[in-house]
Design a protein around this ligand. Structure first.
Ligand code: HEC
Ligand code: HEC
Length: 590
């Protein structure tokens, strides 16, 4: 198969009746290509489009039509022609593992970018805004005040969205039709979130090894993630709410996303009708066995009320796929400083949300990725068509709907606009690195060895003492990333990590690397000084409210980033870095 990259499902222009009038194809005013006959791909695309309301089927106008292409793609890969290469690209662009069929490893070497995306419109990264000056005490008081929970303990956004102001109620029907935040960020010792009256909200916090690069606290924000499965996964067969059933369903999901066995307390399989440990008999299981491909004779599936769901529509435990209706909630926070300690602050910069709206099978996803490769070969300058609804969010083309809230100029959270939300759909759905368009759950800390089996919120246990994740080839994942990038962030502006981890000749300091294997906080957590500076840099972005120009905070050395990419130019990187899951034997036989 061609190794040219594919993105997620892109709507073929002209296929959608409503969209046909608005040919949204940057830098190209020719008539739309005639639609091919309906293929399975087209059917999937049409079905995806049908899950959004009619107004979402008209492509929005964006100041940056390539908003789904993140600023990281413009990072300079060489300081001078022929010099050493800096490859942060492989973290996202890599050989995928099925059912991700977006093989974009080649992007590490060749800049196969549409002409209209050559110009770097992320000017906040090209020229970072100067950090806001204000006294430290004021700054700390600010980041410690919550913009999520109000003085009386209520949820601010939920209250505001119950009667949305006109600016948020884009379709003017008096109602908010997107996600209304309903997580209290009050996890118990197993990570289950509770409302103040003790009710379970279904959200469950988990700890994970943060994704390499801009998601590390030292590069801007502290983050947390909660997952929620639909109601039927939280009830027994009689329909009663059951934490026991929910725990097992989440363990099954974890096994099939992380592709490992997951330990369970002794569980009676007969009651559940599911051979959890895969030993061929219904007895007592002490683990969920990850068996893939599935054995036809294994009576196995999600348990409780979810066992009765229609598998073809709602999904089933398949490697690398979530059931339909799965939700994720992800907050990005300021950094709080207490003496020498740096941790997650109460104040949110953003609250991000995604929900799986459609179950797509391996073959649906493969067909879509292949169609996308063909499209890209035929029309290298065509950009992704964006399916957006200002209230409900933007579709990824891979079965998910993305939505987010971000601080307004006064620090209150507001819904993100269509362009801001469009930025979500590339990373979530368009690259080889994801697992069913997501990142963190596949990186959850191991249920066998981590604190509380990895089901906890960062407020209950920080990054300190978490061992470094390992690649299948045995290397430490973060040290390998630092080595490839030659810096502490994609743009090599993090001078603190530079000094902590690199010698003056650009090689890694062995002592620092050794400390990292046992404790990722030595890399991921910034000094108090840097943390305060990062907060100030964020405030500058918030004051300006020009997030369509970029929302990364860069402090330290001037970022090494290009104002322009040349279509099909070389990055200077000769050979694509293999993904972390490919072991040494496999790589030799490739
Ligand atoms: C944090 C993730 C991430 C990193 C790191 C990253 N990219 Fe990207 N890149 C993306 C996403 C997302 C897209 C848009 C994918 C899509 O079409 O949906 C993209 C698109 C591209 C494209 C356009 C390809 C196309 O078909 O539209 C090029 C070229 C590219 N990236 C090059 C690079 C290079 C070179 C680097 C390293 C200097 C890099 N990227 C680093 C996420 C990343
Ligand atoms: C540059 C790539 C990139 C962009 C753009 C991006 N995300 Fe993510 N997202 C990630 C990564 C990486 C993680 C994992 C976080 C971590 O490791 O700390 C993540 C995590 C998440 C999660 C938790 C589930 C998961 O995939 O781990 C949600 C929900 C989410 N993002 C929503 C959004 C929304 C909404 C937007 C747009 C406002 C967005 N993201 C934009 C890369 C991106």
């Amino acid at each position: 198969m061609s190794r040219r990259r594919a993105t997620g499902i892109v709507l073929v222009t002209g296929l959608l009746g409503v969209g046909a009038a608005v040919v949204w194809r940057s830098g190209d005013s020719r008539a739309p290509t005639p639609a091919p006959g309906p293929t399975p791909v087209v059917q999937v695309q049409e079905a995806l489009a049908a899950t959004l309301p009619a107004n979402a089927r008209v492509p929005p106008r964006l100041s940056n039509p390539a908003a789904y292409l993140p600023a990281q793609c413009y990072a300079a890969t060489q300081d001078e022609p022929g010099g050493r290469t800096h490859n942060g690209c492989f973290a996202c662009h890599q050989t995928p593992r099925a059912p991700n069929f977006v093989d974009d490893a080649e992007v590490q070497t060749v800049l196969s970018v549409a002409r209209s995306a050559e110009e770097n419109r992320w000017t906040n990264v090209l020229q970072p805004l100067p950090p806001v000056e204000l006294p430290e005490a004021e700054l700390l008081a600010w980041v410690r005040s919550s913009n999520y929970v109000d003085e009386r303990g209520g949820l601010r956004l939920a209250a505001a969205l119950a009667h949305p102001p006109a600016a948020w109620d884009v379709n003017g029907n008096g109602q908010w039709e997107g996600y209304t935040p309903d997580c209290w960020f009050q996890p118990d010792t197993e990570g289950f979130d509770h409302s103040p009256d003790g009710r379970m909200t279904g959200w469950r916090a988990f700890a994970y090894a943060p994704f390499p690069g801009m998601f590390w606290p030292t590069n801007g924000s502290a983050g947390d993630v909660f997952i929620r499965l639909p109601d039927a996964f939280r009830r027994d067969r009689e329909g009663r709410e059951s934490t026991a059933v929910y725990r097992i369903n989440l363990a099954i999901l974890e096994a099939f996303i992380r592709r490992v066995d997951v330990p369970l307390p002794p569980t009676d399989e007969r009651e559940l009708g599911s051979d959890l440990d895969g030993d061929g008999v219904l007895g007592t299981a002490t683990r969920v066995a990850f068996v893939w491909p599935p054995k036809p004779e294994r009576p196995f599936g999600y348990v409780g009320q979810a066992s009765a769901l229609d598998r073809t529509r709602e999904g089933w435990p398949a490697a690398g796929l979530y059931p339909r209706g799965t939700e994720f909630l992800h907050s990005l926070r300021y950094l709080d400083v207490d003496g020498e300690q740096v941790r997650m602050a109460a104040r949110m910069k953003e609250l991000r949300y995604m929900r799986k709206t459609r179950w797509l099978t391996y073959s649906d996803l493969q067909l879509a990725a292949e169609a996308e490769v063909r499209e890209k070969m035929k029309h290298p300058d065509k950009l992704k068509t964006v399916l957006a609804d200002a209230e409900r969010g933007v579709g990824t083309g891979s079965g998910w709907l993305m939505q987010g809230f971000i601080e307004d100029a006064s620090g209150e959270l507001r819904p993100q606009n269509v362009e801001e939300t469009t930025a979500c759909i590339g990373c979530h759905g368009g690259v080889g690195a994801t697992t069913d368009s997501t990142f963190s759950f596949a990186r959850k800390l191991d249920a066998g060895s981590a604190l509380h089996a990895g089901w906890y919120h960062w407020g209950q246990g920080g990054l300190k003492g978490i061992p470094e994740p390992r690649r299948a080839d045995g290397q430490g994942e973060y040290a390998h990333w630092l080595e490839q990038v030659g810096g502490g962030d994609d743009y090599r502006s993090n001078d603190e990590v530079q000094a902590r981890f690199f010698r003056s000749d650009g090689t890694l300091k062995p002592d620092a690397v050794k400390a990292l294997t046992k404790d990722i906080s030595v890399l991921l957590v910034p000094s108090p000084r840097r943390a305060l500076l990062l907060n100030r840099a964020t405030l500058a972005l918030v004051k300006a409210q020009r997030f369509e120009r970029g929302r990364d905070v860069l402090v330290g050395a001037p970022p090494k980033v290009k104002a322009r990419l040349e279509q099909d130019g070389a990055t200077g990187i000769d050979e694509a870095v293999l993904p972390g899951w490919v072991g040494p034997t496999k790589s030799a036989s490739r």
